[in-house]
Design a protein around this ligand. Sequence first.
Ligand SMILES: Cc1cc2nc3c(=O)[nH]c(=O)nc-3n(C[C@H](O)[C@H](O)[C@H](O)COP(=O)(O)OP(=O)(O)OC[C@H]3O[C@@H](n4cnc5c(N)ncnc54)[C@H](O)[C@@H]3O)c2cc1C
Ligand SMILES: *[C@@H]1O[C@H](CO)[C@@H](O)[C@H](O)[C@H]1NC(C)=O
Ligand SMILES: *[C@@H]1O[C@H](CO)[C@@H](O)[C@H](O)[C@H]1NC(C)=O
Ligand SMILES: *[C@@H]1O[C@H](CO)[C@@H](O)[C@H](O)[C@H]1NC(C)=O
Ligand SMILES: *[C@@H]1O[C@H](CO)[C@@H](O)[C@H](O)[C@H]1NC(C)=O
Length: 575
Amino acid sequence: MFSGMWFLHIVAAISLGIFFCIASSSAEQAPYPSFAKDAKLAPPVMYYDYIVIGGGTSGCALAATLSQGGAKVLVLERGGLPYGNPNITNIGGFPATLADTSPTSASQLFLSTDGVFNHRARVLGGGSSINAGFYTRASSDYVVAAGWNPRLVNESYEWVEKKVVFQPPMLSWQSAVRDGLLEAGILPYNGFTLEHLPGTKVGGTIFDQNGHRHTAADLLEYADPTNISVYLRATVYQILFRTTLAGQKPKAYGVYLRDSNGIRHMAYLNNGPMNEIILSSGALGSPQLLMLSGIGPAQQLKAQGIKVILDQPNMGQGMSDNPMNAVFIPSPLPVELSLIQVVGITKVGSFIEAASGFFELVWAHRMAQQVPMVENQTGHPSTIPFSESMQGAMPGPDPYRYADIQAGVILEKIAGPFSTGHLELQSRDPNDNPRVTFNYFKDPRDLQRCVQGLEIVRQVVESRPLSSFRYPFATMQSLMNMMLTFPINLRPKHVTATYSLEQFCVDTVMTIWHYHGGCQVGRVVDQDYKVIGVDSLRVIDGSTFYNSPGTNPQATVMMLGRYMGQRILQDRNPH
Ligand SMILES: Cc1cc2nc3c(=O)[nH]c(=O)nc-3n(C[C@H](O)[C@H](O)[C@H](O)COP(=O)(O)OP(=O)(O)OC[C@H]3O[C@@H](n4cnc5c(N)ncnc54)[C@H](O)[C@@H]3O)c2cc1C
Ligand SMILES: *[C@@H]1O[C@H](CO)[C@@H](O)[C@H](O)[C@H]1NC(C)=O
Ligand SMILES: *[C@@H]1O[C@H](CO)[C@@H](O)[C@H](O)[C@H]1NC(C)=O
Ligand SMILES: *[C@@H]1O[C@H](CO)[C@@H](O)[C@H](O)[C@H]1NC(C)=O
Ligand SMILES: *[C@@H]1O[C@H](CO)[C@@H](O)[C@H](O)[C@H]1NC(C)=O
């Protein structure tokens, strides 16, 4: 088998390992030590004008903006700082963070009932502190459909980009994929651009030329330090509502949180008609915390013993994750360590992206070993045919699965998607994952997009520019067969002589971590992101989306934080 040949080339790629060794200051120190502190230092009772729950991708942009308007802003983030930890700050640490399943890890593993491993951020900067860094704006059609003001959208993107966005280096592998996409007819070539344009382009990245990550947490450098407090390792357990006269809406007035010693603190809104609590806890965290606070499907809340403040059957509905399928291409030539830099925006509703480097396959194996723990967490061992699928996924001992291999990856993500699922509480503990179902490929249009996308991947793999980066016998078919031997998910595998692209899509689906929904505009929040049916509460993050914006969402999530911060201040301080 050709697997033996990769092994000979591993040594040649060791030089790439330097990315893991780049020295960085080891102390966890924020560039803004005056206002970012551990929650153990927080007073037992605090008063602010805005309480932002979640210092993530949107939350940091939002809070920095609000602090510039003369109001007092509190950010409560359950994770720590993204500074000083090389797993986060260096591009080579990307897999290490995802593999770290300790309770203090910046990533929290979850397993959807679909049998796909997934991750959610637990760190200041949120997803931008653990993601693959690709930065690309939403299309103008997306902006129109969202009902946003295009000029303020542009200004908000620019505000983000000035601080955290760079042009990627485009070395040998990424350049070959770019040229392969052009040979496959994904035209025109749009060069380096942050715009969403059909064809092939090079996008932005939050990694600088030294492979050093910049995150949404850096946007807090814009904050007015005298008007903001950021508490870290501050887990919010509940939003509190005051129900006054009959016929009046329940009003959010405070939150209850715990620090890492489990000590309880209270944060309340100052009196004032414009003061608000804003949830930016992400697509899992925001619907989860609203349900824990009594807003959600009444039956489900009662089953957990939660007092119902508002029966909201749409809460946790419309959860979607864009399915990702990929082929892993062992390379005879050394490849650079890269996450995403180039993208093919096809006409068939599918985006083609690539990564490369020195793959620690032991990582995938270690993830698989976490399954019993994750199943415990999700509390639904029976929903996933674990033992069956694991036998299918890991047939017999294979030393290469434990080795490090230089390789490229070409992936395909479908736009949308059309398929949606839902989120349910599993317990009353906000530290537990909710139970999430995405229903990958339930809508046949998603499967069609996947197949058409993989056809383009096949053309790129077999293109001339890629030829020196793959072994001659590494056909698309053999690469697909190899994917089936990796423990990339817990779904049953259906290996047959005439293995179809359809079956490959379904069997080897992974996440590209662009999950969204749960608190969608028009269903849970209104056009101003105010939670329908209650007062003084908004949700501003990826949980409000119907579709993932652009080819990758983080640009638009950060933009939305800035955008809504500006709009909220315009209402607060009318001229
Ligand atoms: C591994 C990975 C790779 C990705 N790659 C890319 C990419 O290359 N390009 C791209 O554009 N997008 C990428 N994404 C997607 C993108 O990063 C996310 O869509 C985006 O960060 C989501 O932002 P958010 O503000 O909605 O949520 P988040 O950024 O997740 O923020 C939510 C925050 O709330 C906090 N929180 C949650 N619950 C509580 C609570 N109860 N109390 C206190 N705090 C709480 C969390 O700790 C977190 O910091 C990737 C995501 C991941 C996970
Ligand atoms: C910060 O808040 C104070 C009031 O608490 C206000 O006087 C000051 O102008 C604010 N700073 C900014 C930049 O708005
Ligand atoms: C980096 O990741 C590794 C592997 O997942 C983990 O063991 C280690 O503790 C992490 N380091 C830090 C500083 O978090
Ligand atoms: C926003 O920016 C894009 C790209 O620079 C441009 O095409 C568009 O016209 C701008 N829209 C507005 C309203 O300024
Ligand atoms: C699963 O949960 C049970 C009960 O809480 C516990 O006894 C067991 O050790 C857990 N198993 C794993 C693998 O975490």
